[in-house]
Design a protein around this ligand. Structure first.
Ligand SMILES: [Fe+2]
Length: 324
């Protein structure tokens, strides 16, 4: 073998040894144990601070907590004590330095990746916890609204559920659906400010009581205006009693000027109210509810949303008995 050939052979072995060391650093528990198995340097695997790869006919490398103390590549198995005696040619030294530099860079990258990965997992978990807290708080508020009257029990949750079904059929984005859900589940939050005697009033309302009841849309709108991270969340409360023909109450809006969220909640809330017992009347039959919805298309209800809702009923997607 020529001198150049011998040098290249040693360089190859050094590179192989360095690569093996990198693998050992990345996967110390498995690689070290597997690589040392049956090798002449088996004791190294028992040292917590040492990683080794050794085989009688393969390159050998040993690394300890003090740093690299020996790198020796040979086709022969040689004792550790001889490793330090070996002299490297300048070109070999450059390669050794380069490979150790790469090894160090690889280790730094690995450590950074592990730290970033763990940090990202912590942030994801925190975000999930915040989302869970918000959902639980919103559900608690919805339950609080419904406790104002036995006739309201489950109304907010069911209206939100139906609204989501309609929103999905309309092709709303995930963010729009999320906002729709919160707007729908809190659409009657203003009833917190209405006396129970009015909410539970049996028979026809007096003009004064009805005027008081109608205030819940504005009270709810103002309360939800405080939630600024979702700019449209108050639309559910403010517009759910508006009618397409302009005969509703709240803002005096009509037709296409009524925000989509308001039009969806308008249909879903009306359906649930008709299907539930009310102070003024018992729950209606589904056939009569469908007739009422269709009869009021273009008057009280938006045509497209009503058509979607009727489809959902006919497909059996909407429960015909309140689920609570
Ligand atoms: Fe309402």
């Amino acid at each position: 073998m020529t001198t150049d050939g011998a040098t290249m052979n040693r360089i190859k072995k050094i590179m192989l040894a360095a690569c093996a060391a990198l693998v050992c650093f990345a996967f110390p528990a498995t690689s070290a144990a597997r690589s040392c198995e049956g090798g002449s340097a088996a004791p190294f695997s028992e040292r917590a601070h040492s990683i080794c790869i050794n085989s009688q006919k393969r390159p050998w490398i040993g690394i300890r907590d003090q740093g690299v103390f020996a790198v020796y590549a040979s086709a022969q198995s040689e004792p550790v004590s001889n490793a330090a005696d070996k002299k490297f040619a300048p070109l070999e030294m450059q390669f050794v330095q380069m490979l150790l530099g790469l090894l160090a860079a690889g280790l730094v990258t690995l450590v950074v990746w592990v730290v970033m990965h763990r940090r990202a997992n912590v942030l994801i978990k925190q975000k999930q916890e915040y989302k869970k807290f918000i959902d639980q708080a919103i559900n608690m508020i919805a339950a609080l609204i419904d406790t104002k009257s036995p006739y309201l029990e489950g109304h907010s949750r069911r209206t939100a559920k139906y609204s989501m079904m309609v929103g999905e059929r309309l092709g709303m984005s995930q963010a729009e659906l999320e906002e729709l859900y919160y707007a729908a589940i809190m659409h009657d939050i203003g009833k917190i400010g209405i006396p129970d005697s009015i909410l539970n009033h049996r028979g026809r309302y007096s003009d004064a009581d009805y005027a008081e009841l109608k205030k819940h849309v504005e009270i709810g709108g103002r309360l939800l205006d405080m939630i600024t991270v979702m700019g449209n969340i108050s639309q559910g409360a403010r517009y759910h009693h508006e009618r397409i023909d302009g005969g509703g109450y709240g803002t005096g809006t009509k037709g296409s000027d009524i925000p989509l969220v308001g039009k969806i909640i308008n249909v879903c809330s009306a359906f649930d109210s008709m299907m539930s017992n009310q102070p003024q009347r018992p729950a209606m039959e589904i056939g009569n509810v469908q007739s009422e919805l269709l009869h009021n298309v273009g008057k009280q209800f938006d045509e497209k949303i009503t058509a979607i809702f009727i489809s959902l009923i006919n497909e059996g997607a909407v429960p015909l008995k309140p689920e609570g």
